[in-house]
Design a protein around this ligand. Structure first.
Ligand code: NAP
Ligand code: GLV
Length: 311
């Protein structure tokens, strides 16, 4: 079994060592473009994050591309042979991180921790009237691996929780909305909008003025999916107009966020550098190795991407 590793920004050696331990006898190496005139060493499977098109073009024997992330929008922009199967990470330790991140942000808004921090900085002892939990419905765009975990975590704090997905869901204590026709009802019921959709042709720019202005007045946005879901100027305008009260953003159209970007110092925006749910090496190696074993045993695996639907 031959595996090539091609992950931008990852230090290869600990990953390679992890796979050698999980898959004894595997031949695994870090990809480097073959020198002109030299025959490339070809692998059966690849472990990838943001590979170049040159990698795909060179590795002509690949059966599976195992992505070390949940989102595969970057991979699907490449020209991939039809026979090549793309496999995403399913959770692998990300959903608990995402639940922590989103619960932290929702609770910070609900308990007005930002305003209390300002009071403390001014040595001001002043209580705020508690907000009403029933008025603080959280709407989650996407009810997949991450969205459903976030929904069930928020239920522990007794927030009303709604989800929106392509297909209807059955989740205890969570109201499910599905499809384009139910999107307006979902948005109207939402005070805090959490985005956990994959980036596809259908979802790009979904966080736009037309949709965000249907949220309840004084609403908040938590975008933890992809920067290209959000029309950035529309958010800035809605904050300025007072329809929206704040945003927590982990992902941006351009990453790293440019130094002169308006989001950096905006008083109503909290931002993090695409850090809400990081890929964890040990969990990811274990998951991909067990999927590879399943492939060789002729068993089905979770996380095969539907190339035509984009996730
Ligand atoms: P997933 O399991 O594939 O779930 C995707 C959800 O989105 C599903 O519920 C799906 O509906 C729904 N959906 C897709 N297209 C839709 C459409 N056109 N209309 C309505 N609903 C639609 O993905 P996941 O593992 O939860 O991850 C979600 C995204 O999070 C990833 O794609 C990635 O972009 C992002 N992410 C970000 C970070 C970070 O650090 N910021 C980390 C990991 C992942 P169905 O259930 O009906 O199919
Ligand atoms: C990170 O953004 C991922 O898609 O895993």
């Amino acid at each position: 079994m031959k595996i090539v590793f091609c992950c931008t920004h990852a230090v290869a050696e600990p990953w390679l060592e992890g796979f050698r331990q999980a898959l004894p006898g595997v031949d695994i190496w870090e990809w480097q473009a073959a020198e002109p005139g030299q025959a490339p060493k070809l692998a059966d499977h690849a472990v990838v994050w943001a590979p170049a098109q040159a990698f795909i073009d060179e590795q002509t024997q690949l059966q599976n591309l195992f992505c070390i992330g949940a989102g595969v929008d970057g991979l699907l922009k490449l020209q991939l042979p039809d026979k090549l199967s793309v496999v995403r990470l399913n959770d692998a330790g990300m959903s608990v991180q995402m639940a922590e991140y989103v619960c932290h942000a929702v609770i910070a808004y609900f308990r007005e921790f930002g305003a209390y921090a300002q009071d403390a900085a001014a040595k001001r002892w002043s209580f705020k009237k508690p907000l009403v939990r029933a008025d603080f419905a959280v709407g989650i765009l996407g009810a997949g691996v991450l969205g459903s975990r976030v929904a069930s975590a928020l239920k522990h704090f007794e927030f009303p929780v709604n989800v929106w997905s392509r297909t209807p869901k059955q989740m205890d204590g969570v109201q499910s909305f599905a499809g384009q026709e139910q999107l307006p009802h979902f948005l109207k019921a939402t005070r805090v909008l959490v985005n956990l959709l994959p980036l596809t042709a259908e979802t790009e720019n979904i966080l736009n003025r037309a949709n965000l202005s249907q949220l309840q007045p004084g609403s908040y946005l938590i975008n933890v999916a992809r920067g290209h879901h959000l029309v950035e100027q529309d958010l800035l305008d809605l904050l300025q107009e007072g329809h929206m009260a704040g945003a927590t953003l982990d992902v941006f159209r351009k990453e790293p966020l440019p130094q002169d970007h308006a989001f950096w110092l905006h008083p109503q925006i909290t931002l993090t550098p695409h850090a809400s749910a990081r890929t964890l090496r040990e969990e990811s190696v274990a998951q991909i190795a067990s999927k590879i074993k399943a492939v060789y045993a002729g068993q089905p695996i979770e996380g095969r991407v539907g190339r035509e639907r984009g996730y």
